[in-house]
Write a protein of this length. Sequence first.
Length: 234
Amino acid sequence: MGGLTLYLVFMIPPLLLSLWAAWRVKATYAQASQVLASSGFTGADTARMILEANNISNVRVETTPGHLSDHYDPRAKVLRLSPDVYNGRSVAALGIAAHEVGHAIQDANGYAPLVIRNGIVPLANVGSTAGLILIMVGLLGASALGSLGGWILIGGIALFSLVVAFQLINLPVEFDASARAKRLLANTQLVAPGAQAQAMNRVLNAAALTYVAATVGTIMTLLYYIILASQQRE
Ligand SMILES: [Zn+2]
């Protein structure tokens, strides 16, 4: 396989998958934003109620600028919700708020994949920067560096594989947070079964798909570099 063909085969399908996932999030979020939760609470109310019901008193709920910028900060113990989710009363707002509470509950319970993920974060950050730099040096400097270039390339690939490790362990963390959100909102009747629950589930499932797409993309990138490295050794 030629260099360009190889590149396209490994990069284009993951790109299309992540574009499709991003489009699904946008479309399902827009739809579920039109469906008001019959309970009448906002995302912030919902988050605070679920935290309290789970005896978590050390996590604050705040608003943060941006669209779909919602996240849980395990270091600061703060749940930051975008204005649309914080103030929103739609099933989209409640679903996302409950998903982030799911992360706070994971944190409070010492959920193993989350603990491992948080431990890998600094390594993955090194892998995504230094790893890629070493890969570029190893590939571009192959002729000048000789066998040293090959070893630099292998070192870069090893570092970059930490990014894959991070993304793989992040998948159960994200799936579990969404599963918790669905259960919590169904059990508390904050989101009614039927059309409301379905619209909310579609948003959470689409969001999960974006994580899968990102992981597939990184794995394909890693494989691409591994193939380039093996071709260089021939
Ligand atoms: Zn999440």
